[in-house]
Design a protein around this ligand. Structure first.
Ligand code: BGP
Length: 481
């Protein structure tokens, strides 16, 4: 059997997409609380004021805030060994720049962690998952401002101290590379902006855009590195990892130009991991910055901070692969960060994300060859439209097919010698889609009765995949049928 005995099977979520209770327990506004719902054809909008006639899906999300006991019991029933969740920064520091934390927020997560402990489920905590306080955007300019490093560290210090003994595995930033690709300008960078279409932002990459993005990223690298050191100081048991949106690019043709383009695209994707795992900017950064016209403002001591704050493990999300070509005529695909051109050998999801289980094995091998530290796959899954039958069942064999093939490829990678220690499929309970803000793009083993307008009973139903995944976990990956 390939999966190691203590393999962490589980599922993943993020506060802004599933927690709700946005004004309860003293919580402040996060930037994501200002994002309206969109769809595959219409973008999400960002508004500085909350407008009464618009729907902001993070406000109630699927209301884990009031359902956490029920939800965790369901995860336990499936046999979860690990549960990935994020802490809403604004529950702990409603504005982000306070000296003292909000006790009620801390107590909420303590209760959640105690509930997980009851079932021996190991929490995997993302410290910042697209949940930067709105006040830090408004008053400080988000991560472009170096002061954010101190605010973030104060937040980390509170978390590491408060949850010592309850949480061991931490991720500093979700998909830290989203900022590099511009798609994270609002949610990850917290760069202030006028009201408007949130998606069009990532599409520009002027010198100024890149300057801002890489400077903000530099501050996040420093914050992450300092958090690693602090995490170890407060509890030597802590394991602190990075989290990167996993990209996998193939050359579209065997034209050397396409091969070089694929290599460049892959390098772009390794950029953040290289800094966080190896503790220094990669060899190709100099030329990359020069060609983009980026001039990083680096202070004395920054290099040493990066060197000292190397992560303990690498984690990534994986949904799709893509192709690279210099030919502008070839059709492009949709995706979260991994956008390139269509691969004629692959099928796509209803949202245009190309399905490629073998790409996961390919990427795992590449990452391990590069870093040689333990790896967690902390997001993977199929966003699909599910049908709730009159008898409360959901027949989602397509989801089982998707996951089965990916698990097979993880097993192959483990056979290849890659040290994979965890697999937490995304949205283990249906939640709000990050890219479109929809509810109907579902990933879960558990169906939540809620629609795109936020209407529904919030009732939970076990899908067919719930029973299937339970078997997979019970057999430690041996029974995938
Ligand atoms: C990743 C994010 C998640 C998540 C997932 C699926 O990029 O880290 O927050 O939502 O993608 O994307 P979507 O919800 O857009 O289908």
């Amino acid at each position: 059997m390939s999966f190691p005995k203590n393999f962490y099977w589980g599922g993943a979520t993020a506060a802004n997409q599933f927690e709700g209770g946005w004004q309860e327990g003293g919580k402040g506004d996060s930037v994501c609380d200002h994002m309206t719902a969109g769809s595959v054809n219409s973008p999400r909008y960002f508004t500085n004021e909350i407008q009464k006639d618009r729907y902001y899906p993070s406000h109630n999300a699927i209301d884990f805030y009031h359902h956490y006991k029920e939800d965790i019991a369901l995860f336990a029933e499936m046999g979860f060994k690990m549960f990935r969740l994020s802490i809403n920064w604004t529950r702990i520091f409603p504005k982000g720049d306070e000296a003292e934390p909000n006790r009620e927020g801390l107590d909420f997560y303590r209760d959640v962690f105690l509930e997980l402990k009851k079932y021996d489920i190991e929490p995997l905590v993302t410290i910042s998952h697209y949940e930067i306080p709105y006040h830090l955007m408004k008053e400080y300019g988000g991560w472009l401002n170096r002061k954010c490093i101190d605010f973030y560290l104060n937040y980390c210090k509170v978390l590491f101290t408060e949850y010592k003994g309850l949480v061991k595995y931490w991720l500093t930033f979700n998909e830290i590379n989203s900022l590099q690709f511009g798609i994270g300008d609002i949610l990850s960078g917290g760069f202030p902006r006028e009201d408007g279409n949130a998606q069009e932002l990532g599409l520009t990459a002027t010198r100024e855009d890149n300057q801002k993005r890489y400077q903000g990223l530099h501050h996040q690298f420093l914050a992450s590195a300092k958090a690693v050191v602090l995490g170890h100081e407060i509890d030597p048991e802590n394991q602190v990892g990075c989290m990167v949106a996993g990209g996998c690019y193939y050359p579209y043709t065997c034209n050397p130009d396409d091969a070089l383009k694929a290599q460049r695209d892959m390098r772009m994707n390794y950029f953040c991991g290289d800094v966080q795992v190896r503790g220094a900017y990669p060899y190709f950064a100099k030329r990359m910055f020069r060609e983009m016209g980026v001039e990083l403002k680096v202070e004395e001591g920054d290099e040493e901070i990066l060197r000292q704050g190397k992560v303990d493990f690498y984690s990534f999300s994986y949904y799709m692969s893509s192709c690279s070509t210099e030919d502008p005529e070839v059709m492009r695909t949709n995706g979260n960060l991994v956008t390139g051109v269509n691969n004629p050998y692959l099928k796509s999801s209803d949202w245009g994300w190309q399905i490629d289980p073998k790409g996961l094995r390919y990427l795992l091998n590449d990452l391990y060859a590069r870093y040689q530290i333990p790896i967690m796959i902390v997001e993977n899954g199929l966003g699909a439209k599910d049908v709730l039958e009159a008898d409360g069942t959901v027949h989602d064999s397509y989801r089982q097919d998707y996951l089965r093939e990916h698990i097979r490829q993880i097993e192959e990678a483990i056979e290849d010698g890659v040290d994979v220690i965890a697999y937490t499929p995304w949205g283990c309970i249906d939640l709000i889609s990050a890219s479109t803000g929809e509810m109907k793009k579902r990933y879960g083993f558990i169906y939540v009765d809620l629609d795109n307008e936020g209407k529904g009973s919030f009732k939970r139903y076990k899908k067919d995949s719930f029973y299937w995944y339970k078997k997979v976990i019970a057999s430690n990956g041996a029974d995938l049928n």
